[in-house]
Design a protein around this ligand. Structure first.
Ligand code: SAM
Ligand code: SF4
Length: 326
């Protein structure tokens, strides 16, 4: 079957799957305090429905999949879903993005189920910093989760940090050191204006930080990719430390965008920062045949916009990251 190619000749070969829009944390940049607009459980895709979508993407050349949310480890029987997705032909790499609060309990089972990679959000290493950003005293649990992931044998564990003005920008160096010591791959991510975050004015342009850290740590640009993401990596001469930057604001990478997102209610979103979407749930409920489902996915891909306009229209997007699946 032909690959998925959009109107701008981009090959779409990466699907991010949100398995829940709920979360046990309330990161200031993601889910505002008091947020209640969660999807009703009766609208959640079942594992069988998620499998069906994944099978169609795999048949059309997508081999990389990521489970995210919300907090994916909150979805009941998530280990079973990993196992089921990994047994689908064409699923070569399945990864998970998590806040790690529950990872201590799941790491070994996830590894056994075949999960390939883990990304963990960590914006601070201090108890107060974590509490301030996530709304919960979660530091110890997160660190225990990371330790468990290492212990379970996960390699190239990635740490995601969103530096914010006046919040955690002075902690970047500490997180770098922590990642060096633990052989984690750090990625710094530019804050995107989604929902309430547009009004916070905490955005930091990462370009000067890239220059500073490269000089101070003697890092050189790396050709490594570590998965299907848009990060630009840098590494030391010995190749013992890598870090990457995701710069949707200061230097967007829309021209090479390769992904779409499936939400928990079965909607395909074409772009994190735009409204184009396509509901697959009605087709899944109607149990249409594979050909019809694949044609619907192709129609959806045809809607994919050229780029986000977070910079030009920062107040446009009401949708928050945890709803679309980060
Ligand atoms: N709960 C999991 C976690 O925190 O890793 C998975 C979902 S979370 C939405 C995925 C990623 O999105 C996290 O690394 C988080 O830092 C990032 N994120 C959320 N809102 C963001 C925003 N407004 N700008 C940039 N990154 C954001
Ligand atoms: Fe939850 Fe992840 Fe959003 Fe934080 S970034 S509120 S952990 S979904």
């Amino acid at each position: 079957t032909a690959m998925l190619i959009d109107r701008y000749s981009r090959t779409i070969d990466y699907l991010r799957i949100s398995v829940t829009d709920r979360c046990d944390l309330r990161c200031t940049y993601c889910m505002p305090k008091g947020f209640t607009e969660f999807e009703k459980p009766k609208h959640w895709l079942s594992f069988t429905e998620i499998e069906r979508v994944v099978r169609q993407f795999a048949a059309m050349g997508t081999h990389h999949f990521r489970l995210t949310g919300g907090e994916p480890l909150l979805r009941k029987n998530i280990v079973e879903l990993v196992e089921r997705l990994k047994s689908i032909e064409g699923v070569h790499e399945l990864s998970l993005s998590t806040n790690a609060t529950q990872l201590e309990h799941y790491a070994h089972d996830l590894k056994r189920a075949g999960l390939d990679r883990i990304n963990v959000s960590l914006d601070s290493l201090t108890r107060q910093g974590v509490a301030k950003i996530t709304g919960f005293d979660a530091k110890d649990k997160v660190l225990a989760g990371l330790a468990a992931a290492k212990d379970a044998g996960f390699k190239h564990i990635k740490i995601n940090m969103v530096p914010m003005q006046g919040i955690n920008e002075n902690e970047i160096d500490a997180v770098v050191k922590f990642c060096m010591q633990n052989h984690f791959i750090l990625r710094l991510i530019e804050l995107m204006p989604m929902g309430v975050t547009a009004q916070n004015h905490q955005y930091i342009n990462l370009q000067p930080i890239i220059t500073r850290l490269s000089q101070e740590l003697d890092l050189i640009p790396s050709a490594r990719q570590y998965g299907k993401g848009p990060a630009q990596y840098w590494e030391n001469a010995e190749g013992t430390f890598s870090m990457g930057y995701i710069t949707p604001m200061s230097q967007h990478f829309c021209q090479s965008c390769n992904r779409v997102r499936l939400t928990v209610d079965g909607t395909l979103y074409m772009c994190l920062g735009q409204e184009q979407k396509y509901p697959l749930a009605p087709l899944l409920k109607a149990e249409v045949d594979d050909h019809t489902l694949q044609q619907a996915i192709r129609n959806a891909i045809n809607l994919k916009p050229l780029q986000h306009d977070f910079v030009e229209q920062p107040l446009k997007l009401i949708r928050i990251m945890s709803s679309t699946g980060g």
